[in-house]
Design a protein around this ligand. Structure first.
Ligand code: MN
Length: 419
């Protein structure tokens, strides 16, 4: 598919994340302090909440879907409405629009506009579905002999995370305290985390709910769209607490997502398949069609007051399980899934050292520090570091971008129990 042109000039640049082909959904704060639903087009935002209020856009038979500046109600309406609304936006913002002047008052510049969470996060589940990551972490934690747990090739391993600490791009993240115990310590100490890390992931957002087991195809149909996701991780807290029930406080401090939901429709021409299997999956987890995506990803690290260094480049297509497979697996027990459920893909690490999706792997648990452009080195994140994920699917003369997913690490409190 070539670039689709828009009367919004900035949307026609090959460098924009948001051409007419994309049309991602976000929420923003107006100058009047009102939360509104918006669609990104070039360097502008189309205020669809205001357009709905003025009767300029609407969903057949549905009223005030965008009133509260949250896409959750729209997500719950299902695929027929998603398709119809995207078609309406494509006509309104396309180069052949009959009356663009009527829409100009509804455009807001992205620059300087505060973005808000675009949907209500019902629950958050995080997976461990990248093979390079699982092998690397398993080797670090348990040795090369036992790197992949025996269940890994049969199911996408996951844990139930916290929706309450999912935050949007630009939110500062405070270094947590927790129980730490080194290999030579008899007992744990309560101290600030010393091995604070990121995890480069994609987040899949459930649109339509389910009640009972669903197939992989049904799961794919339920997914509304995708965001970039940083699963901030306290490695030293994790190392002590994770056996036998998995991560808990190590992952609960914060999870950052990018502000724009890139829809499945925008990513359609970038579908790709999960890799060949060394162990055949049971039928209920087999993919009937390509359900992974070719999305180039990178991570930048900027120390306080210094230039950013890109510390990794990889691609979502290296994952072993797609989000549709993860969602299908999630329902096998009969677990209901709701509108706004967020599924983290698991850390996306490529096969090479330069494409690893976490500092734990990049610095090999601290043994091989990463050198930044400033000459400084990092084993794990330091206070004042800003960590930013970016991603885009590259089309012919355009790209489907996700915007940024960033956050700055604030120093730990002196003592969280000092009252
Ligand atoms: Mn994770």
């Amino acid at each position: 598919m070539p670039l689709m042109t828009s009367w919004v000039e900035s949307a026609n640049s090959p460098d924009t994340d948001f051409p007419l082909n994309n049309l991602p959904y976000g929420a923003f704060l107006t100058d009047e302090g009102e939360a509104c639903c918006g669609v990104a087009i070039g360097d502008m935002i189309l205020n669809v909440s205001a357009m709905e209020a003025d009767g300029l856009i609407g969903l057949d038979g549905e009223e005030e879907v965008f009133l509260l500046g949250d896409w959750s109600d729209f997500m719950a309406l299902g695929a027929a409405h998603w398709t119809a609304f995207r078609a309406e936006l494509t006509t309104l913002l396309g180069a052949d629009c009959k009356d663009p002047q009527a829409l100009v008052p509804y455009l807001v510049p992205q620059a300087g506009t505060e973005m808000l969470m675009p949907f209500h996060v019902s629950e958050f589940t995080d997976f461990y579905a990248g093979k390079n990551h699982a092998v690397n972490v398993g080797t670090i934690m348990r040795g090369a002999e036992n790197a992949l747990p025996p269940n890994w090739l049969s199911i996408p391993i996951g844990y139930n995370g916290r929706a309450s600490s999912v935050v949007i791009d630009g939110t500062d993240v405070r270094r947590p305290w927790g129980q730490l115990k080194g290999p030579n310590d008899d007992l744990p100490r309560f101290e600030p985390c010393k091995r604070f890390d990121f995890e480069l992931e994609m987040g899949a957002i459930v649109g339509t709910p389910s009640d009972g087991p669903v197939t992989v195809q049904e799961a794919d149909d339920m997914i509304f769209g995708y965001v970039l996701l940083n699963d901030w991780s306290a490695r030293d807290i994790q190392g002590w607490e994770y056996q036998p029930l998995g991560p808990f406080q190590a992952k609960a401090t914060a999870t950052t997502v990018s502000p724009w939901i890139v829809t499945k429709a925008a990513l359609e021409s970038f579908r790709t398949s999960t890799p060949e299997r060394e162990r055949e999956l049971l039928p209920h987890l087999q993919e009937p069609a390509p359900m992974l995506y070719d999305i180039a990803l990178e991570v930048g690290l900027a120390p306080e007051g210094k230039e950013e260094t890109i510390i990794t480049r990889t691609n979502y297509s290296v994952m072993y399980y797609s989000s549709a497979q993860q969602l299908a697996h999630h329902t096998t027990s009969g677990c209901p899934m709701n509108t706004g459920d967020l599924l983290g893909s698991g850390t996306i690490s490529g096969p090479t050292k330069e494409s690893r999706g976490a500092l734990l792997e990049l610095s090999w648990a601290g043994q091989e520090p990463v050198t930044l452009d400033s000459g400084e080195t990092r084993t794990f994140l330091e206070d004042g570091d800003t960590l930013t994920l970016r991603g885009a699917a590259q089309g012919d003369g355009y790209r489907i971008g996700f915007g940024a997913c960033g956050g700055k690490v604030l120093p730990a409190l002196d003592d969280p129990y000092a009252r």
